[in-house]
Design a protein around this ligand. Structure first.
Ligand SMILES: [Fe+2]
Ligand SMILES: [Fe+2]
Length: 468
């Protein structure tokens, strides 16, 4: 097999023998990780998958049946811009960095490793879900997300191997050694150590946690380190489908729940094998709060340093802002002072995690509006909502304090008392798991979820997305 068939790429890999050797050495380790930690079962089945083959606006992907271990995890960067410049920070307007600037080397490596670690982590979290899929359509989407997270790992490993020498290679190896949820060698970020073992978790994860990915990648797509910017721009193309899976998945659950509520005189969907809205709300509370943590502390010297260095920008930095230096702005946020919430003004650059988090929250609210429309369309009065950004936080200014769903400061005792109303209990999780019986007949769907409005890439829902 020639090099391009083994590692499809648009980075002229065949002309860089050193990099090629490094990646070819890493490839079998990646495959053995995929074998051990990738989706369990189904590895020998034909799955109708899209594979990235180019970066052009039309025809960047190819759809066909592929066995997952034969998927071609390629390396694709968006084309370079002529005369690219650092788009923000203290070096605003300087030529973009084509190599890693020595003084930013550690920061950049940390940014890339942290992003890279999330990609295999999510595959590990989702590895059992194939056994309980609600339809072949959903099973295919799960595997699509999984193989593309594998490709995102390749994207980050390319940067580590290509630009960081020895320590980059060591970091690339470590990305295959950590394990989601393993207390001895956990993944770096906590949301990626939480179990994702039922399909309600999966939809909430792809809605909220993959959406964090969108915002991190968008901020890095602005980076003055051009290889990182170009890599992240292309990753965003694939990420859109992951969020689609979560957003529409939850929408379909909500729709089905609403239909079942109308069928039972007491609106008791458990009696009819559906997922009650209060459980859906608890899963939202859980994954939204863990995903908020991924943006980092509200007041952060790292965010200021990364921005000053031109490494990590704001969401749509070029399109949305005119002042790209942001040296003297300020930002007011609520913090806990003397046992009370009080406003604090901080330099804007130190508040950029919170600024990015705010963009993310706005985006999540659009999802909630869609799900609430599904409820309204079915004639129901009940509504779902996002909890306060202060609720159930483990990172940043609100960690270590307790808040209710509206964001009011409460005591630990009050929180413990209310916890079972706000977050999934063991009984809730067991109930959801009890519904997770696989449905693998072409065109059939589990009782607890509505079918999708359309299939994938012009195919109907009644298509053999996975040949079992
Ligand atoms: Fe990803
Ligand atoms: Fe993703």
């Amino acid at each position: 097999m020639n090099l391009y068939d083994r590692i499809p790429n648009n980075v002229n890999l065949s002309e860089d023998k050193r990099l090629q050797r490094a990646l070819e050495k890493w490839l079998p380790n990646f495959l053995s990780w995929w074998h051990d930690m990738g989706p369990e079962g189904f590895q020998t089945k034909d799955v109708w998958l899209r594979t990235a083959v180019d970066v052009g606006s039309e025809g960047w992907a190819h759809f066909d049946y592929v066995k997952m271990p034969d998927y071609r995890w390629g390396i694709f960067l968006e084309p370079a811009e002529a005369d690219a410049r650092v788009g923000f920070g203290d070096n605003y307007g300087a030529p973009a960095y084509q190599e890693v600037p020595g003084e930013f080397r550690n920061s950049l490596r940390r940014i890339i490793v942290t992003q890279g670690d999330t990609e295999p982590a999510s595959v590990e979290q989702q590895r059992q879900l194939g056994h309980t899929c609600p339809s072949l359509y959903d099973m295919r989407n799960l595997f699509q997300v999984n193989v593309e997270e594998g490709r995102h790992l390749w994207a980050m490993v390319y940067l580590l191997h290509g630009y960081f020498g020895r320590d980059g290679r060591d970091e690339a190896d470590a990305l295959l050694e950590r394990r989601s949820g393993n207390p001895d060698k956990p993944r770096i970020l906590e949301a990626f150590n939480q179990p994702c073992d039922d399909w309600l978790n999966f939809y909430a994860f792809t809605m909220f946690t993959d959406r964090d990915g969108k915002y991190q990648l968008s901020a890095l797509a602005e980076s003055g380190f051009e290889p990182l910017a170009r890599t992240c721009r292309f990753m965003l193309t694939e990420e859109a489908h992951h969020m689609f899976v979560g957003d529409t998945g939850l929408s379909r659950v909500v729709k089905r729940t609403a239909q079942l509520m109308k069928q039972n005189p007491n609106e008791d969907v458990r009696a009819l094998g559906g997922i009650p809205l209060d459980i859906v709300q608890k899963y939202i509370n859980f994954w939204f709060s863990y995903s908020l943590d991924l943006f980092g502390g509200e007041i952060s010297s790292n965010s200021a340093d990364f921005f000053a260095a031109g490494l990590k920008g704001r969401f749509k930095e070029q399109a949305q802002y005119t002042d790209h230096v942001a040296a003297d702005g300020s930002f007011t946020m609520m913090v806990v002072e003397n046992g009370k919430l009080a406003p604090r003004e901080v330099p804007l650059r130190n508040a950029l995690n919170e600024v990015l988090r705010g963009e993310y929250v706005k985006d999540c609210e659009k999802g909630l509006a869609r799900w609430n429309k599904a409820l309204a369309d079915e004639g129901l009065q009940q509504r779902l909502y996002l909890p306060s950004i202060r609720f159930h936080r483990h990172v940043g200014a609100y960690a270590g304090h307790q808040f209710d769903l509206e964001g009011n400061l409460i005591s630990r005792e009050e929180f413990e008392q209310k916890k079972s109303e706000w977050l999934p209990t063991i009984a809730d999780r067991e109930y959801v798991r009890s519904l997770m019986k696989p449905v693998t007949e072409v065109g059939k769907i589990a009782n607890w979820i509505a079918p999708p409005a359309t299939g994938i890439k012009g195919k109907p829902f009644e298509f053999e997305y996975v040949r079992l």
